[in-house]
Design a protein around this ligand. Sequence first.
Ligand code: NAP
Length: 303
Amino acid sequence: MKKILITGGSGFLAKRVGDYIAEDPGMIVLLPTHSELDITSKDSCRKWFEDNMPDMVIHLAAISDITECEKNEGLSRSVNIQGPLNLADCFREFGCTGRFIYASSDQVYTANRTADRLNKETDTLAPVNLYGREKLEAEERVSSVLPESIAVRMDWMFDLRPGKMNYLKNLILSVKEQIPTKHALNELRAETYAYEVAVNMKTLVLSDASGGAYNFGGPAYGNSYDTAKAVYELLGEYMKMPVGDLAVPVRYESARSLAMDQSKLNSIGISFRNTVDSVRCCLEREAGDVHSFLRENGGAAWT
Ligand SMILES: NC(=O)c1ccc[n+]([C@@H]2O[C@H](COP(=O)([O-])OP(=O)(O)OC[C@H]3O[C@@H](n4cnc5c(N)ncnc54)[C@H](OP(=O)(O)O)[C@@H]3O)[C@@H](O)[C@H]2O)c1
């Protein structure tokens, strides 16, 4: 049996990754909440490692809201930089032998002002927001403590399980209420199905891939407007509702690309679907959840 610590136990992604890995009878998933393990406290981390001795770690706890980071820089630095460092130190100190994987973000690529260039792990980076800078600093500092650790640079995730709003939930509500949404012609990015992230995260944690940063999300389908149009078409068929004018094209003052090159990830045998295919997959897997999501958000679902 292998013991795996997944931090951020009550968070969006930790629950999904935890549920998926726990299906494996060879794995024991330890999913402490913030109150059970405060990653900003070295003592709390040491005590937790002493009591539980994990073989491997998937670190997902964070201040993950970009605006929240800007509002409270002291707290976000301590959670997003000191937190992963404390865990990495304990991992080394307690002689853990498995993988150490931790969440980074496509926000490290926010300086890319083109609408077409894919971001590569080897690019020189200068994130424009604090959250992106914190994620990048954490990558640099954790990898100096644990060179074999892996930072996963993830993009915006969605599914239909209860919890915070996301890309797909926004578009489903837009179809139901027939309220248009704006999407940029000069932006390239992808959104990824959280279940697919969980499946690929398990493959990665059991892999012998070299340490470093990996782009860990789907390839872009097209620019953000074309992607939204295609997702709306899928939803229109699925919900049997009109979607003709719901995607409104806009142009940002400055182009941007958060889209991630897949070659390094593909070279270790891992791949993701593009946004449209992953929405299709989510609708197929979580059909029942579409109806409960809509019931929770304004009355009867379509039939
Ligand atoms: N969701 C996305 O689309 C997305 C995209 C790219 C990257 N990421 C990254 O992926 C990771 C997971 O994201 P997520 O969406 O699951 O985040 P989330 O839902 O905001 O969950 C973060 C978790 O961290 C916990 N936490 C905060 N401070 C803590 C501390 N001092 N000690 C221990 N736990 C603490 C929170 O617990 P409390 O609420 O109880 O404080 C919460 O459960 C994050 O690193 C995020 O930056 C997410």
